[in-house]
Design a binder for this molecule. Structure first.
Ligand code: AN7
Length: 405
């Protein structure tokens, strides 16, 4: 890999301040063990906002790592859709990415880096979307992909994608938290990538998160700085990445404030809410929710997520599974198809409106992280089958022409 790839960054510990020269291998602070931040060095950055080229994630290459091999499928540039039913809100529809989730923004950067440093393959633990995305981008790069999944805990669409793209699937007992532990214990030693044969692309990897921060850049280009951004939170990488994107634009003088970041969790899997309320560690031993994508009890990025909410003036809130499924239906009836985890952002917004945390005039963006087709079982279970069986044209005529349908 050329030395230029990460040259506009340093890796800095958010806890003890220790700095490391940017490189693809060190993920945790060698001194205190915290996950390191990838920090852009302002005088090494040259960006001409007015002459940005291209679409999607690489439009912002001036603010991203620049690996030699860029593995891209046009990810990013997703629609920002005005919500009709509630307040002053827009839905950032990440389901429109190549594999149907926001993970593609991260994988285009992460897999490009893996390809450029020359590894045999990539490895991820996943509740499903990371697996689908890693599998697709690795296939595109000609790399092997190992996905470690909680057995029985992954929605069928995502499992099918990992199979389609030729990933090696390894199933482990327990939850995502167990799967992540298997992966990190295997390939990381003291937060440093030991076995560079399989490069880890979970969200501990700061370079993958660099891709995800482009969600913030696109929002700013389209509607300026919103008052609030609602993000479904599992491992906590995405809320941090989006906040980081806004903050960098502020540091570059492009915007003058950062939106309040609101992290939304499912009641049965809400370690960040627990921590936020001062009730103990960011940890839930037996995470449960219908939203399998965010069925996570030990968010590895808890400190990153915490900083995003704290320093933006935001917070963490929780919603019930019932509220999540209602919100999924509300979006569905507006033509926007999201998986249950993604509906948590609207569920959180509805609750925040009801509780007066947010005013109906505040400009809000709801991050809709993944596509409805990811979890077909949730669609079929949640909406009832109102199909009418007929076997003649006359019957259809009777229904349609007589308005009986
Ligand atoms: C649809 O795929 O963790 O808080 O392994 O798929 O950054 O973890 C997925 C997470 C929200 C939470 N919405 O994002 C995985 C995985 C959807 C997701 C999240 C996920 P983070």
């Amino acid at each position: 890999m050329s030395s230029r790839a990460l040259s506009k960054y340093i890796l800095k510990c958010p806890r003890c301040g220790f700095e490391v020269e940017a490189n693809p291998y060190v993920m945790r602070c060698p001194r205190c063990g915290e996950l390191l931040d990838a920090v852009l060095i302002a005088d090494r950055v040259r960006i001409n906002w007015g002459s940005l080229r291209d679409r999607g994630v690489w439009r912002y290459r001036d603010l991203l790592p620049e690996p030699d091999n860029v593995i891209t499928m046009g990810e990013g540039s997703t629609p920002l859709i005005r919500l009709r039913g509630y307040g002053n809100a827009y839905v950032k529809f990440e389901g429109a990415n190549p594999t149907g989730s926001f993970k593609d923004r991260g994988m285009t950067v992460g897999v490009s880096l893996a390809s450029s440093i020359g590894v045999r393959g990539v490895i991820v633990a996943s509740t499903g979307n990371t697996a689908a995305s890693a599998a697709a981008y690795a296939a595109r790069a000609g790399l092997e992909c190992v996905v470690v999944l909680p057995k029985g805990g992954v929605a069928r669409g995502k499992l099918g994608q990992a199979m389609l793209h030729g990933a090696r699937i390894v199933e482990v007992p327990g939850t995502f938290d167990n799967a992540l532990e298997y992966v990190l214990e295997t390939v990381l030693s003291n937060g440093h990538v030991e076995d560079a044969h399989y490069y880890p692309l979970n969200s501990i990897n700061p370079w993958r998160l660099e891709g995800q921060k482009t969600i913030a850049f696109e929002i700013v280009e389209e509607i300026g700085v919103p008052d609030y951004v609602f993000v479904p939170v599992g491992n906590g990488g995405n809320i941090y990445a989006i906040w980081k994107g806004f903050r960098e634009l502020m540091e570059l003088g492009i915007i003058d404030r950062v939106p309040r970041m609101i992290g939304v969790q499912a009641e049965g899997a809400a370690p960040m809410v627990r921590y936020w309320r001062g009730l103990g560690e960011a940890r839930v031993d037996n995470p449960r929710t219908v939203a399998s994508a965010i069925r996570i009890g030990k968010p590895v990025n808890w400190f990153r997520a915490y900083r995003a909410a704290k320093y933006s003036g935001g917070m963490f809130i929780e919603v019930s599974d019932e509220e999540i499924l209602t919100a999924q239906k509300v979006l569905g009836r507006e033509g926007i198809g999201v998986e249950p985890a993604s509906a948590a952002s609207l569920a959180g917004y509805i609750r925040a409106l009801r509780e007066g945390l947010v005013d109906a005039r505040d400009k809000v963006v709801l991050i809709a992280t993944g596509h409805a087709l990811k979890d077909p079982d949730a669609l079929l279970a949640g909406n009832g089958n109102n199909a009418i069986s007929i076997s003649s044209i006359d019957e259809l005529k009777a229904l349609v022409i007589n308005g009986k349908i």
